[in-house]
Design a protein around this ligand. Sequence first.
Ligand code: ADP
Length: 497
Amino acid sequence: MNAWVKESGMNRFTLSFDRNKEKDFRDYYFKNSINTTRLGLLVVLILYASFVFLDFFIKGGYSRLLFEIRFFIVTPIFATSFILTYHKAFKTYWQELLFSIYIIAGIGIIIMIGIMPTKSFYSNGLMLVFLSGSVLIKLRFFISSLAGIITILLYNIISLFVFYLSTNIIIANDFFYISAIIIGMLASYHAEIYDRRNFDLLRQINKNKKEIEDVNISLEKTVEKRTIELYERNEELNNEISQRILIEEELVKAKEKAEQSDKLKSAFLANMSHEIRTPMNAIIGFSNLLNEAEDEHELNKFIKIIVNNGEYLLVLINDIIDLSKIEAGVLVVNKTAVNLNSLMTEIYNLFIINNNIVDKKLSLKFVKGLDDEKSIVITDYTRLKQIIINLVSNASKYTEKGEIEFGYTIKENKLNFYVKDTGIGISEEQQKYIFDRFMQVTTNNTPDIGSKGLGLAITKTYLKMMGGTISVNSKLNVGSEFSFDLPIKTLEHKDGK
Ligand code: ADP
């Protein structure tokens, strides 16, 4: 207890804390005491009223006076105090009010003792006042002690100077009164200390509780934050994993593609060796036979075979060179002003004497999409010419009868070239891969000899470089139409005319 008194900063004599704490304690004390105080006042009121029978013992002339003091002064004071406990101002003045009642009740009894000094039982009344002050009506230690001391002083003064009582009796009574007060003081001192200690402990508990709650809240926040962080990290990891899976899939695809491409290249090489050997054999074989030709007709036939195979070989070697250039990425687009109509005418003149066309008596025509003077565009002359030659050459190869038409139009603000024939056509299945590099050589389902499967792949790559796309529309045994577009860049546009 001593240690607590020191720690709590309580004054040992007045039993008060420092300012703010004291104020809180008074609130707490009032809240805890109000019911006991009310009960105390009620008990005192009832006991005091019921002691009326004492007044009748007296019988003499004072009986009426005592009765009147009891019921017209003291009892109404107790009753009013009891009612006042329900008023909101009571909380502020309750100690002062009870202090005053204590003194008034004390004076009342002192008067009774003074009037009838021989009736010793009135002294007991004063003892009851001391007892109620210390325990019953919840006066604080300091106030009840003060009230007790004042009451004893009043008893001495009134008894001595108003009622002239004998000093012996006064001193004898003082002895009991002072003892009662000392015992009362001890009781109320301890009672109050325990009240204060309870209050202090409760405060500590609340403070600790608040601290724990704060810690809990901050813990919850930390946990929440960590959970969010974990969730985010999880998301990141998931994303990373999905990305890795994607990369892995891509790697597998790339590996498969590389392996396939490797296989295709090997197949291509094997095939190309074969393709080269065939015309070479023909050239060497028929060159050796030249001396042995029986007549001029046979000689010419041999020469024609040698020239045809030589030409075929040249085309093949050109294709292989182009392809390796594409593979090496060294092909560049070289743009110049190109007169499309002149180009069309050039190609026409080239093919009108082409063996396939002449031998198979195919009709060949071309369509100009622009007037001669407006047909100048900026493009790569060599590539464009090669593309159209490839397509017309295919058409002449794969057409047995009928006609071949090529030309260009302006469609949706683009140059649209086409080459159509009435040839053998291409099955839908085959249309899917005719533009793929090396594919032809592996499938090799073209009936004609001299089919290398390079031309369309090269054509498609050229067009890609020039910003164009190619497509085919074909029906077996009816004919095919290859068309491709190129962005328009005419001289007129360039000049802003
Ligand atoms: P090549 O003609 O040397 O075989 P291409 O890449 O030019 O190579 O053509 C690929 C294939 O597409 C040919 O083998 C042929 O089967 C088919 N093809 C191309 N053009 C035509 C056409 N005009 N008519 C029918 N089939 C064609």
